[in-house]
Design a protein around this ligand. Sequence first.
Ligand code: AMP
Length: 365
Amino acid sequence: MSERTRHVAIVGCGQLAQMMAQEGQALGISFSFLAEEGENTRCVEGLGVLVNLKDHESGEALYRALGCPQVITAEREQVDVGLLRNLQQFCAVYPDPHVFEKAQHRLREKLALTESGLPVAPFLPALGADELWRALNTLGYPAFIKSCENGYDGKNQWRVKNQAQLEEAIEEAQSHPCVVEAAVDFSCEVSLVGVRSVSGEVKTYPLTENYHRQGTLLVSKAPFHNSHLMEQARAYLDKLMSDWSYVGALTLECFVTTEGLIVNEIAPRVHNSGHWTLVGADTSQFANHLRAILDMPLGDTECPSPTAMINMLGVNKSPSQKNEGVWLYGKSLREGRKMGHIILVDDCVHKLSQRSDAVIAELYA
Ligand code: AMP
């Protein structure tokens, strides 16, 4: 396959698709994007062909409208698995749809993680008020009630510390199939982004520490120096990748506890906590995801200097402080919305923290 003929279709039109295409163009890859009805496509305008799902009835017509891609991938886990299976008749779909089926449903995800031997918080499935009461009685307080579907960035999720809070949460939670999870006592949250190519080559970025603001990622810092936890995370990611014959980027989000890592969730895609790789690593997570799904040799994933990524949540002004890159996604401003991110690199971890705090103070003043 010559570089020129590489064509990838991405399901989704947000900032992850945008950055994938921007990074992919430098590799000579062309793109098309599949938009669901009503999906905002501003992020990917000018980066490739835009195709509306509703305009094409058969899988074949859709495949043709997408420009007969070598590979179809996705920027989110909430995708129509049936549609992906249909499209698989015409070209490769990476990651495989069975992975999306797991990742888009919290119970299936937890069961799959457990099946591969990864440690997760004690959990119980619950549907309706009675089962929620029973689950909380068994697991104890505090706990998290999480809707099995459509939960991200802390949405459709209730933290309950006592019976009064449970009664309140039940009002909303009882109509959804849920997973109830014991609260994990953790010192910090980390994530690991890894990539596995069609040929089975695997590379992982260093462990990254993540800080959240109201359930949404605010800052990621890499590398998180703990060789034991790094080894543990890498072993978990390797296990999932080989159990699932995985192809593409896979992200593992974990809690750091006194007993080691507890896996919170996975994302079968490039991840917000990996945006720092755009500057801090030789090959970004976006470029490596594309390399993996097109079976090209994977690029270097080392992080030679401490790097931080700060999300611009509901703000889109560039900071006045020195930085190593500002990405603005071109979205219209909305409260809490991910509008862009800033990357800082510094030889000294302490200075990096100070600079990152100053940027946050300015952005959210
Ligand atoms: P999630 O939607 O599962 O990513 O959860 C959002 C955030 O809620 C996480 O980043 C944690 O800070 C917190 N959280 C979720 N589940 C738990 C848990 N079982 N124990 C403690 N904190 C949790």
